[in-house]
Design a binder for this molecule. Structure first.
Ligand code: COI
Length: 330
């Protein structure tokens, strides 16, 4: 019998067409729900080899529910896999795989946020829409004169450095693992040096226990006066309360956040006209020097295709015993 994947939170307007293509290419069937997994819809995965999700609650309890309906593979349509309880999956004998997509989309989005921040571009656009063509409060900084500190030099962080090398900025990098490609473009420094010397700090780390709230009261205190923080990685890396205080006190020049703490259930839904249920996000929204976007750095036609294909490929590899990349729990 052929293999089958149950897709959750599948977007019919952009992902479905790629599922149809990959079904033909890999000979793997699929079913789908547009909803995130819930106790009511887990039975849809019954008889499927794999389930595919985007970041959502994939704790031990949810994994066990999928295990009980026969699912063997947990496939996430994301690079980040911090939402999946890997230890629980291992215990249950389930295999887990993330995907790898071309890092340029997210890297360029981070650079766009850097430029928009230092040039106050979001504020300028909003004012222009209201016919405010004045210059007051719109003075920017020359990006090429800035020192940019990249925290996390995996594929995306390194691509950010490579692309920034054309802008003339001074480039600093911090990671527990150094890589030779990043060294071509940036100087690796310790965290305190990066914090104290960077005008713009861009986060490109996987979220884990060790770096939870790595941007906090202490690290913000060590930053340069007027520093900007860019986050296209995970909300959990920043203590939002400390960030809010940093903005309010004027210590920080601004922030551009594609991800925030507690975004699950909020982002990717249209909540227009509703009462905001994330008070920290509501405060951040009120600042003219904070740019927010709803976790869209990844959102290009190329990356969406790679995300869907990645899950089909992982299922194929798990099912046939071949392994090309990534995490595998045995
Ligand atoms: C990832 O690939 O890790 C992302 O953050 C994008 C995902 C939420 C679709």
């Amino acid at each position: 019998m052929g293999m089958k994947i149950c897709f959750y939170a599948l977007r019919e307007f952009d992902e479905l067409v790629f599922c149809e293509q990959m079904k033909e290419k890999y000979g793997i069937d699929f079913v789908y729900s547009t909803q995130y997994p819930t106790p009511e819809n887990i039975s849809l995965a019954s008889g499927c080899d794999g389930m595919s999700c985007t970041p959502c609650d994939m704790s031990a309890k949810v994994l066990k529910a999928f295990h009980d309906v026969g699912v063997k593979y947990i496939l996430t349509r994301s690079v980040g896999y911090d939402h999946v309880d890997l230890a629980a999956a291992r215990e249950l004998g389930m295999k887990v795989d993330n995907i790898v997509y071309t890092p340029t989309g997210v890297a360029d989005y981070a650079i766009m946020l850097m430029l928009a921040s230092v040039r106050r571009f979001a504020h300028i656009l909003k004012r222009t829409e209201l016919q405010d063509y004045s210059l007051k409060n719109k003075l920017g900084r020359d990006f090429s004169m800035c020192t940019v500190g990249v925290m996390g030099t995996g594929r995306i962080g390194t691509t950010v450095l490579q692309h920034l090398s054309g802008f003339g900025c001074r480039l600093l990098a911090y990671d527990v693992y150094e890589n030779d490609r990043a060294k071509k473009f940036a100087e690796y420094v310790d965290l305190d040096t990066l914090l104290s010397e960077a005008d713009i700090i861009s986060l490109h780390m996987n979220a884990n226990e060790a770096n939870h709230h790595i941007i906090n009261h202490d690290t913000i205190a060590k930053m340069k006066q007027g520093a900007y923080i860019i986050n296209t990685a995970r909300g959990k890396l920043i203590d939002s309360e400390a960030l809010i205080e940093g903005i309010e006190s004027g210590k920080l020049g601004g922030a551009a956040l594609d991800v925030v703490e507690f975004e699950n259930g909020l982002y990717y839904y249209d909540h227009m006209g509703e009462v905001m249920v994330n008070p920290k996000l509501a405060i951040l929204r009120s600042f003219p020097n904070v740019i927010l976007s709803p976790h869209t750095a990844f959102y290009t036609a190329e990356d969406v295709c790679e995300m869907v294909e990645g899950n089909f490929r992982s299922c194929y590899e798990f099912g046939t015993g071949k392994k090309l990349h990534g995490l595998e729990t045995k």
